[in-house]
Design a protein around this ligand. Structure first.
Ligand SMILES: Cc1cc2nc3c(=O)[nH]c(=O)nc-3n(C[C@H](O)[C@H](O)[C@H](O)COP(=O)(O)OP(=O)(O)OC[C@H]3O[C@@H](n4cnc5c(N)ncnc54)[C@H](O)[C@@H]3O)c2cc1C
Length: 443
């Protein structure tokens, strides 16, 4: 069986790794650098992450880390529990991590504090009235509109760059959504959830990019690399597919694992399915700019915090600040700290901010909102089309991907448009995609 893999980000490399384990020699098609968005930079004694900053400890990614011999390189937060803050009513406020903090928190009005313990037991409180609703609509019966906007909105901006009025509750809170559809109370949902509490976060000694690097070292002589863009995927009358590449090469395959997304996926599949191509083409993305700054160790940041997230409408589209070295001290030299500032988001469009302006503005914003007296700009990385907006109705796009997979045996879609925007989810979806492929070729 010949298998093509489109894209060599973490999803494509994981797929290649799993296929090689099955005895397949895949053709990996990638026009850019191996590893996609996973990009670690060593600069002036700092470990900087230009893409993902932390990973969530989930079974598929931990299994992969083990297989790659990287488990010993995992670093967990040195502060436990660490806090997360949001900017609300003109100050930084801690997101409560339990009932005691919630009682003291000014993020929650007294009416919610009093009613919440009872609401947790009400069956059907969150039962959705439509096939999908916004995160705002979904959570309002439980915590009210104000708390959803003040607390949940900045948190989701930090992950998706989008806002609670548009993001899909069904796609983002799929477990809770399924329980709500059954009419369960929140307590009923929590009781049925697998035990184990909140998953930990981690980074990798020497940078997260060590994961794609390790994958690539194990794959180099076991895959065929085509350093070009896959432009058209054409189904052949006699079965199988031709992948037309930007360097003129045509790669004939029996199956293809598609890991790219957005406009690039839309044009790739135009000849395969016009309806899916149009839907993918209409998918909106948030762009993000990641700015790294060094500050002295003597600067006081928020206590034991991983960072702070901001609501909509902040100057320069400020989304959040991560205090990486506060919970992962090894990423900065002993006398310094590193801050990662995120700007952009869905409302900002795809404008690449001017670097000279960022150099000037970001230290001023850090002074204004966090009291940081001096911050040294190190670098900025812009990601256009960084995170897909899983808007209300996103499940219909997933259903379309499933339909096209069923109609075109041998094609699996594991790109970020499917959902699951974190690296751990990307690894899981990719491994599941390769399993689907195997199931179909044996079925
Ligand atoms: C700034 C930022 C911060 C983030 N923070 C976190 C975080 O803290 N934690 C977390 O878990 N996740 C985070 N993420 C998300 C995470 O980085 C992504 O979900 C993940 O890296 C996506 O992996 P992928 O392989 O699906 O896609 P990509 O990494 O985008 O890889 C896709 C690859 O396909 C290639 N490609 C595209 N089109 C074609 C084509 N036509 N032909 C051939 N190849 C093609 C591209 O060149 C690319 O290499 C962050 C993302 C960004 C941008």
């Amino acid at each position: 069986m010949t298998v093509g893999i489109i894209g060599a980000g973490i999803a494509g490399l994981t797929a290649a790794y799993d296929l090689v384990k099955q005895g397949v020699r895949p053709v990996l098609i990638e026009p850019g650098s191996i590893g996609g968005m996973l990009r670690s930079i060593q600069q002036d004694g700092f470990n900087l992450e230009a893409g993902p900053n932390v990973l969530v400890e989930r079974p598929h990614v931990m299994e992969l880390m083990g297989e790659l011999g990287l488990k010993g390189e995992v670093r967990y937060p040195s502060v436990q529990p660490y806090g997360q803050f949001v900017w609300c009513d003109g100050r930084a406020q801690k997101v409560p991590s339990g009932p005691r903090e919630l009682i003291k928190s000014s993020l929650f009005p007294w009416s919610i504090k009093i009613s919440l313990p009872f609401k947790l037991f009400i069956p059907g409180l969150l039962k959705p009235r439509a096939e999908d609703v916004s995160v705002l609509e979904f959570f309002t019966p439980l915590i009210g509109e104000q708390v959803t906007r003040n607390m949940l909105d900045p948190v989701l901006k930090g992950i998706y760059g989008g806002d609670v009025e548009k993001l899909s509750a069904r796609s983002i809170f799929s477990g809770l959504w399924a329980a709500a559809e059954k009419g369960l109370s929140l307590v009923g949902y929590i009781r049925r959830k697998p035990k184990g509490g909140k998953p930990n976060i981690f980074v990798v000694n020497g940078g997260i990019q060590r994961i794609p690097n390790a994958l690539w070292s194990s794959l180099q002589d076991k895959v065929d690399l085509v350093a070009a863009k896959a432009e058209r995927l054409i189904e052949k009358d006699c079965g199988g597919y031709d992948i037309h590449c930007s360097n003129g090469q045509i790669v004939p395959v029996d199956s293809v694992v598609v890991t790219n997304a957005g406009g690039s996926l839309s044009s790739l599949i135009q000849g395969l399915d016009t309806s899916l191509s149009a839907r993918i083409g209409a998918q909106e993305y948030a762009s993000l700019t990641v700015v790294h700054l060094a500050v002295s160790k003597s600067e006081k940041l928020l206590p034991d915090a991983f960072g702070i997230l901001f609501p909509r409408g902040m100057p320069d589209n400020l989304l959040g600040v991560m205090f990486n070295s506060l919970i992962f001290p090894h990423v900065a030299p002993p006398d310094q700290q590193v801050l990662t500032v995120m700007v952009g988001g869905a409302q900002a469009g795809d404008m690449r901010p001017d670097e000279a302006k960022l150099r000037e503005q970001i230290p001023l914003l850090l002074k204004r909102y966090l009291g940081v007296s001096e911050a040294r700009f190190m670098r900025a990385t812009h990601w256009s089309h960084a995170i897909p907006q899983l808007k209300v109705g996103h499940h219909a796009l997933v259903a379309e991907l499933d339909r096209v997979e069923a109609e075109h045996p041998g094609v699996v879609f594991v790109g970020i448009d499917r959902g699951g925007v974190g690296v751990s989810d990307r690894v899981r979806l990719s491994r599941e995609g390769v399993e689907r492929l195997r199931g179909r070729s044996h079925g």
